[in-house]
Design a protein around this ligand. Structure first.
Ligand SMILES: [Fe+2]
Ligand SMILES: [Fe+2]
Length: 374
C-alpha cells in the first residue's frame, strides 16, 4: 500500500521540492550569534491618551498573570526521557509511520530501540526549535515596542517582551536540566524569522510573529501539552500557552484596526506574506536534522514522512489558530479572496470557523486559574 501511495505522489510539487528543502541547511552551527540587518524607525508618540480599551484590558491581564520560571514550576521533578517517550507512545500511539509498510525501507530492520531513540531525538529537536522560536519572538516584540505608533500597544508589547524572555528561559532550562542533546536552529525556521525581522514595517512584524508564528506555536504547544505524560512539561506548556494566547490576541486586536486603513494593494501584499509563511511552516519544518543524527538517508526518510497520513493531519492542525485569525483580520476574503483560494489549495481552509484568538486568552489563562484555586 505504501508503494502505491508513493508512486502516486511522485511528480507532486511537495515531493519535488524536497531537493530544494534539503539544499538549505544550517551551515554555521558553531556560530554563537547571528545578526539580522533592518532599517526601521524607533517611533515616539506624544499622544499618551488611552484610547484603545481592548489593548488596555489585555495589558492589565498581562500584568496580573505574570509567572516565575524559578518558583512556579517544580524543577525537582525527575525526567527519565526514555520512560516518558514510552509512556507517551502507550498513551497516544506512535507519532509517525503508524500506517505505513516499511519493510522495503531503511526502517525495515529498526527495533523498538531505534524507534524510542527517534522519539527522544524528535522531542529534543522540537524543544530546541521552540527555544529558538521564542528568542525570535523576544526580538520581534522588543522591535514592536519601538515601532508601533500607539501608546496602548507599546505598553502591552513591553509585557510581552518579559513573557518571551520567560519562555526562552523556561525552554532553555528544560533542555539543559532535563534533556540531553540540543539542536541548532533549523535553517528554514531561521530564514522565516530573518524575513520577519528584516521587514521594517511595524505591522509586518506583527503579522509574521503574532499571527503566523505564534498562531502555529499556540497550536503546537496545545498539541504537545495534551500528548505529553511528563508533569513538568505539561505544566510549563499550560503556562506558556496562557501567555501565547494573549500574544496572538494582541496581533489580532492591533491589525484589525490597522488593516482598515490599508489599500487593496497593501492588503494583497499582507496576504502574500501570510501565505509564504504558511507554506514554509507547513512544508519546510521536517526535522531533517533528526534523521541526520539517527544516521538514516535523510531524503528517503523525508519522502516517507511526507506520505504519512498522521503527520499530514498533525501538520494541518497546526493551522487551527492561523486560519480563523486571518479570517477575523479580513485577510482571507479581501480583494478577490486570494488567500482563501491559497489556503484551500494547501488544505487548511476547514479551520476558518474555529475559535479565533481575539478573546480566547481569558479562557486560556491557566495562571489565573491556579492562583484562584490556591
Ligand atoms: Fe513565547
Ligand atoms: Fe509569544
Amino acid at each position: 500500500m505504501a508503494d502505491t501511495n508513493y508512486e502516486s505522489l511522485i511528480g507532486r510539487a511537495d515531493v519535488n521540492d524536497l531537493e530544494a528543502i534539503l539544499a538549505i541547511t544550517n551551515s554555521d552551527v558553531d556560530a554563537i550569534s547571528h545578526a539580522v540587518k533592518s532599517d526601521f524607525n524607533s517611533d515616539f508618540t506624544w499622544n499618551y491618551e488611552r484610547s484603545r480599551p481592548a489593548l488596555s484590558k489585555l495589558y492589565e491581564k498581562a500584568k496580573t498573570s505574570q509567572w516565575n520560571v524559578t518558583t512556579d514550576l517544580d524543577w525537582s521533578i525527575d525526567v527519565d526521557i526514555e520512560k516518558v517517550v514510552l509512556n507517551n507512545a502507550e498513551a497516544n500511539g506512535r507519532m509517525f509511520f503508524q500506517d505505513n509498510d516499511l519493510s522495503h525501507t531503511s526502517f525495515g530492520k529498526w527495533t523498538e530501540k531505534e524507534w524510542t531513540q527517534l522519539a527522544i531525538e524528535g522531542n529534543n529537536w522540537t524543544m530546541s526549535q521552540f527555544l529558538h522560536g521564542e528568542q525570535g519572538a523576544l526580538l520581534c516584540t522588543a522591535r514592536i515596542v519601538e515601532t508601533v505608533p500607539w501608546i496602548d500597544a507599546k505598553y502591552y508589547a513591553s509585557t510581552q517582551v518579559m513573557d518571551e524572555a520567560r519562555h526562552v528561559e523556561v525552554f532553555s532550562r528544560y533542555l539543559n536540566e532535563k534533556l540531553d542533546g540540543h539542536y541548532p536552529i533549523n535553517a528554514h525556521l531561521r530564514m522565516l524569522l530573518d524575513d520577519i525581522l528584516m521587514d521594517s514595517r511595524w505591522d509586518m512584524t506583527y503579522l509574521g510573529m503574532q499571527i503566523m508564528v505564534e498562531g502555529l506555536a499556540l497550536a503546537a504547544f496545545g498539541f504537545m501539552q495534551q500528548m505529553t505524560t511528563e508533569p513538568l512539561l505539561k505544566k510549563l506548556l499550560r503556562y506558556v500557552m496562557s501567555d501565547e494566547a494573549r500574544h496572538v490576541a494582541f496581533g489580532v486586536l492591533s491589525l484589525q484596526e490597522y488593516y482598515k486603513e490599508l489599500s487593496g494593494a497593501e492588503i494583497r501584499e499582507r496576504q502574500e506574506f501570510a501565505f509564504e509563511a504558511a507554506v514554509r511552516m507547513r512544508d519546510r519544518f521536517l526535522q531533517q536534522e533528526v534523521w541526520e543524527r539517527m544516521g538514516v538517508p535523510v531524503k528517503e526518510a523525508l519522502e516517507l514522512v511526507l506520505l504519512d497520513e498522521s503527520r499530514a493531519q498533525f501538520q494541518g492542525l497546526l493551522f487551527s489558530k492561523i486560519v480563523p485569525n486571518c479570517k477575523k483580520l479580513g485577510l482571507l476574503d479581501a480583494g478577490d479572496g486570494w488567500l482563501r483560494e491559497r489556503f484551500t489549495e494547501i488544505g487548511v481552509i476547514q479551520f476558518e470557523d474555529w475559535a479565533d484568538t481575539g478573546e480566547e486568552y481569558e479562557a486560556l489563562d491557566e495562571v489565573a486559574k491556579d492562583r484562584a484555586s490556591a
